[in-house]
Design a protein around this ligand. Structure first.
Ligand code: PLP
Length: 409
């Protein structure tokens, strides 16, 4: 049943902006990979709030860190030292290419900060005309006006006024076009190592290496948007680390707080050089609550063996999905992606498949028109992998029985 029908039947009006197509299901508690609905049904969560709760719901260490910090101090302005912020920044620098970190609250904010950082870099080096950020078609960088303009998707920009200038979109993976677009106004290339929203599409290591060379040849900065791919999601702390091709600037969010809003921009000393006092700021960014949670998340993910385990379990999941494609060729076509960011290309509109999965008490997300995105917790165990695969198979059975009409839940 749709929300509109459910509320109409209850004689109520929807008090929320109608921006989201919400399913008529709500959850009262979560534990690990499981969510319990108000009506008692147990759902397996292969959506994790769209790549957010990587450590699962109510992770004990993260919950403890939040409670302990809540008893001490919640918020301070960035006009004073916040030692936990310095400690987390130091840790992120130790494990990546970066020398400097700026904390904010959401992925889009982090991406905006990355864009500002790249433009300020050129500005302070005497090239204020270098403002244009080169992006790939299909990219998703967030919902602020600038990040929407970077992504360039017409349907998201419709009716939102003029597109924010300073972005150029090249066809996905077309590196000749990308290089041909470099002119005196170009400041940076910005990309997701794996595009999540537009169908789990990865750029190869070779492509990243060539993009790195293009940037170096023309004096551009390379920005990775690892908002979705980061914090262990691909089986590496950041996806780029598998390729060895480091950026100059990286945006991270989602999994960093396991559900607590926290984001960051990482940059080299050189790339961050233009972000002088007063050039940027944030009220909540890097507050003690966010830092305590993010530190606990990072500690957990960096526990020796954790990421190797994610890679091992993701291989099991992938093998199971490959087998499912063979078993259900009328519905599923192909598996793609990395680690716990997997896409299942479907032969039916993905919205139908998402609904059928929900009927089977499995939460998944769509990506593009026909790709099912599987974003389970990184901690998923073997039994949960098998259960998830069984529920996907059940969803396929529901669709096979009622072609074109999986009812909404
Ligand atoms: N960048 C990428 C790659 C994303 O997937 C998203 C969100 O889905 C964002 C940026 C925006 O993040 P947020 O919704 O936290 O602003």
């Amino acid at each position: 049943m749709s929300i509109r029908t459910a509320l109409a039947e209850a004689g109520e009006k929807d008090p929320l902006f109608p921006c989201f197509s919400r399913a008529d299901v709500s959850f009262v508690r979560g534990r690990g990979a499981w969510l319990e609905a108000e009506d008692g049904r147990r759902f397996l969560d292969f959506a994790t709030g769209i790549a957010v709760t990587g450590l699962g719901h109510a992770h004990p260490g993260v919950t403890r860190a939040l409670h302990e910090q809540a008893d001490r101090v919640w918020d301070l302005s960035n006009a004073v030292r916040i030692p936990s912020q310095e400690a987390l920044a130091r840790r992120l620098c130790e494990i990546t290419f970066a020398d400097r970190v700026f904390f904010s609250n959401s992925g889009a904010e982090a991406v905006e900060t990355a864009i500002k950082t790249a433009r300020r870099y050129h500005f302070t080096r005497g090239a204020p005309e270098r403002q244009r950020i080169l992006c790939f078609e299909g990219a998703f960088h967030g919902r602020t006006l600038a990040t929407l303009s970077a992504g360039g998707r017409a349907q998201y920009l419709e009716g939102m006024g003029e597109r924010v200038p300073g972005f150029l979109t090249a066809p996905f993976g077309d590196l000749d076009m990308l290089e041909a677009a470099v002119d005196q106004s170009a400041a940076a290339v910005m990309l997701e190592p794996i595009q999540g929203e537009s169908g789990v599409r990865a750029l190869s290591s070779d492509a990243l290496a060539r993009i790195r060379r293009i940037c170096d040849r023309h004096g551009l900065l390379l920005i990775y948007d690892e908002v979705q791919t980061g914090v262990g999601r691909t089986g590496h702390f950041y996806a780029y680390q598998e390729t060895g091709i480091a950026p100059d600037i990286l945006a991270t969010a989602k999994g960093l707080g396991n559900g607590f809003p926290v984001a960051a921009v990482l940059a080299t000393e050189k790339a961050a050089a233009g972000m002088t006092p007063g050039t940027h700021g944030s009220t909540f960014g890097g507050n003690p609550l966010a830092m305590a949670v993010a530190q606990a998340v990072v500690d957990e993910i960096l526990t020796p063996g954790f990421l190797a385990d994610v890679r091992r379990r993701s291989r099991l999941l992938r093998e199971g999905l490959d087998a499912l494609v063979l078993r259900r060729p009328q519905l599923f076509e192909q598996v793609r992606g990395e680690g716990m960011l997997l896409g299942l290309k479907c032969r039916r509109p993905v919205a139908e498949v998402v609904r059928a999965a929900r009927e089977a008490c499995l939460l998944v997300v769509g990506a593009g028109e026909d790709v099912l995105r599987l974003l389970p917790p990184l901690t998923l165990n073997k039994a949960e992998i098998e259960e998830g695969l069984a529920r996907l198979d059940h969803a396929a059975e529901i669709l096979a029985r009622a072609p074109g009409q999986a009812s909404s839940v």
